[in-house]
Design a protein around this ligand. Structure first.
Ligand code: NAD
Ligand code: LMR
Length: 326
């Protein structure tokens, strides 16, 4: 395990991919650690070794004062040795016309292998963020295959959806994204996710609910934003995803600000009627390196039915990958 005086070891799988390329330079420059030095562990598959070497050369050429060391690996066992943070990005992205869950079979196996490798090699306090799609169910697979690590150490990323929701609401209200608080993404990082602005505040005041706009425009726009980017770009979001990775880890390590929360995919614990057994995105605060699901929000029938629909999809995804759970 990394000792108090050593820089944290941060692993990024899929380092030579689209998100990897947008992410690792930001981490190396200290943006994830508030300017403190880091040791990067860059993981790829063997056929991408040459590209990974090139990425490492570019990192060297940046001469970042915050990059203390860089470890390259194509085997997760040495690659995950003593790591403090695991960013599990490496996996196939969806193409046009696909749903993220269409990737379950091709990507699920990756997360079984990596869960086992984390269990055996990572720091006992490792914090894991799964980005590779379908992110919730891949995080479930990784966590289930790491029995010696606490399920609370595993999360999946819905921060990009959260940020999208914040940006869209700010645009609608004519304010800055920084003025918006208490956005929520409930459930699956998929087209059944429920982006919920009904608890939001703008400039410290509750936002008046325009239910027609929320149902007809806001919810589908956030749900379909990833697909729109794939349609327009011919590849899935990368820079915004990398930015959301930084945001998620900074919230986890540094805590969420007073009077606000964020959205994170964590192990369901029965809160809001979602039974354990899936990774579910909730409104969550972080303090002392631990997530807490925000409790006791009053939900209306619309919210409850949207939460039930995304929960149902997550149970179906789980049923499709039972073979990858120990
Ligand atoms: P990409 O194809 O550009 O890069 C993926 C990289 O992962 C490739 O370089 C590949 O060689 C590598 N890889 C594959 N298997 C690996 C393994 N077992 N170990 C290490 N590396 C491995 O894809 P991308 O655009 O970077 O997207 C990566 C994943 O992130 C996709 O599944 C995508 O759908 C997902 N994604 C999630 C979110 C989110 O909000 N949760 C946002 C954007 C993208
Ligand atoms: C996104 O939300 O942009 C990513 O999950 C990529 C995708 O498949 O939509």
């Amino acid at each position: 395990m990394t000792t108090v005086n050593q820089p944290p070891r941060i692993a990024v799988t899929g380092s030579a991919g689209n998100i990897g390329y947008a992410l690792i330079f930001r981490i190396a420059s200290g943006q994830m650690t508030g300017g403190r030095p880091v040791i990067l562990h860059l993981l790829e598959i063997e056929p991408m070794r040459k590209v990974l070497d090139a990425v490492a050369m570019e990192l060297e050429d940046c001469a970042f004062p915050t990059l203390a060391d860089c470890v390259l690996a194509t085997d997760p066992k040495p690659g995950f040795r003593d790591i403090d943070i695991a960013l599990l990005v490496g996996s196939k992205p969806r193409g046009k016309g696909m749903e993220r869950k269409d990737l379950l079979q091709s990507n699920g196996e990756i997360f079984r292998t990596q869960g086992r490798a984390l269990n055996e090699n990572a720091s006992r306090d490792v914090k894991v963020l799964v980005v590779g799609n379908p992110a919730n169910t891949n995080a479930l697979i990784a966590s289930a295959n790491a029995p010696d690590l606490d399920a609370r150490q595993f999360t999946c990323m819905t921060r990009l959806d959260h940020n999208r929701g914040v940006a869209m609401l700010a645009q609608r209200l004519g304010c800055a994204p920084a003025d918006i608080r208490k956005m929520i993404i409930w459930g699956n990082h998929s087209s059944t996710q429920f982006p919920d602005p009904l608890h939001c505040e703008a400039g410290g005041r509750p936002v008046k609910a325009d239910m027609e706009w929320i149902k007809e425009t806001f919810v589908p726009s956030v749900q379909q934003r990833g697909a729109r980017i794939i349609e327009a770009r011919g590849a899935s979001s990368a820079a915004s995803a990398a930015s959301a990775v930084i945001d998620h880890i900074r919230s986890w390590m540094d805590g969420t600000p007073p009077g606000d929360w964020t959205s994170a995919g964590v192990a369901a614990d029965g809160s809001y009627g979602v039974k354990p057994g899936v990774m579910f995105s909730y409104p969550a605060t972080a303090a002392n390196g631990d997530w807490r699901i925000v409790q006791d929000l009053e939900l209306n029938d619309f919210e409850r039915s949207m939460i039930a629909a995304t929960d149902k999809e997550l149970r179906e995804e789980r049923a499709a990958i039972e073979n990858l759970l120990p």
